[in-house]
Unconditional design. Structure first.
Length: 333
């Protein structure tokens, strides 16, 4: 049961409370209870029974799923003025809760019993409108998450997440594992992409933090790289979908520069150095846009991803391509 002060806090977070009938106001006062939960606490786990739907008055709760492989992905967060729609789905479908809910910031929430939640849908239009609008909005956000996972490259998703987290600061306090959990990836993949960003002077990596050095290039880098990958030059080999025509080991050449979809580690170890005699070698990590390495005889350099390949497509000689790469890739450490 709510007292007057608690009812006022609920109304401040959820405006529909002030648009209800006297009957509904009484139902809210008598059937809703408040709970305060500290940050870092788990409130629901996969398989739990949904006995009440939470309406968040303050704080923030993260809802995620854990796969059989051990990878985790964030489905959504709900904050002040929002409810957990997966709890509503579990109540309406008489199913166990399908995810994990974790309190990220100390929260105060109003708990509406499952039976009252269903009864109010039929009796009170204000509650029905709020619940259906919340479920509709969350369905749209989940579809966007699904689109990201299925169709967007990992480097593009990671860049967007860093920009979102760094909206008000240039230093994002986050670990590689936390970024992996957000995006449904592994820490190793995230680390490789971040190292690529650092090599291109987009970010600076630190312990438990990522500093954003060039927001504009971070925002545009994937789109620029994609346009080059889709370029077709008559009479020359070209990149398509991040892979060399010649296959995963880059056994095709463009004007003496070998172009291949080589993995990050192989490329960094100079895996394409056997093409150095031809003037230069370039490795390309297809899905994550990894390191490119161009090789002078007897000397390896760390270069801007794909820059030598792009220069070759533009008709620049290999030696010039290597120089261009070197000039554009260096940044202060």
């Amino acid at each position: 049961m709510l007292d007057a002060a608690e009812y006022a806090r609920l109304g401040a977070a959820f405006p529909f409370v002030h648009q209800t009938s006297a009957d509904f106001a009484q139902a809210l006062m008598h059937q809703v209870t408040l709970a305060r939960i500290g940050g870092g606490s788990g409130v629901m786990s996969i398989g739990d029974r949904a006995d009440a739907i939470p309406l968040l008055i303050s704080g923030r709760v993260r809802v995620s799923m854990l796969g059989d492989s051990g990878r985790e992905i964030t489905l959504y967060r709900f904050t002040r003025g929002e409810c957990c729609v997966l709890t509503a789905d579990a109540i309406l479908g008489r199913r166990p809760f399908p995810a994990n809910a974790h309190v990220e910031e100390a929260s105060e929430m109003a708990l509406i019993p499952a039976a009252a939640f269903q009864d109010w849908l039929a009796r009170y239009p204000a509650w029905r409108d709020f619940a259906f609008q919340a479920m509709s909005a969350r369905l749209s956000s989940l579809l966007l998450t699904l689109e990201d996972v299925a169709f967007r490259r990992m480097d593009k998703r990671l860049a967007g997440l860093l920009l979102e987290r760094g909206a008000s600061t240039d230093q994002v306090s986050v670990t590689h594992q936390e970024l992996a959990n957000e995006l449904g990836s592994s820490r190793e993949v995230i680390s490789r992409v971040l190292e690529d960003f650092q090599a291109r002077c987009l970010v600076q990596l630190g312990r438990g933090a990522v500093s954003l050095l060039d927001r504009e290039r971070l925002r545009q880098s994937t789109e620029v790289r994609l346009s080059y990958m889709q370029t077709q030059v008559p009479g020359r080999s070209y990149l398509q979908n991040g892979l060399a025509e010649g296959g995963a080991h880059g056994n095709r050449t463009v004007h003496g520069i070998a172009v291949g979809a080589l993995g990050t580690r192989r490329c960094r170890r100079g895996a394409d150095s056997r093409w150095a005699r031809d003037g230069g070698g370039t490795g390309w990590l297809g899905d994550c846009s990894g390191w490119a390495a161009a090789n002078h005889p007897g000397r390896d350099q760390r270069l801007h991803p794909g820059a030598a390949a792009r220069s070759a497509l533009q008709g620049i000689r290999p030696a010039e391509a290597v120089a261009n790469c070197s000039a554009t890739a260096r940044c202060s450490r």
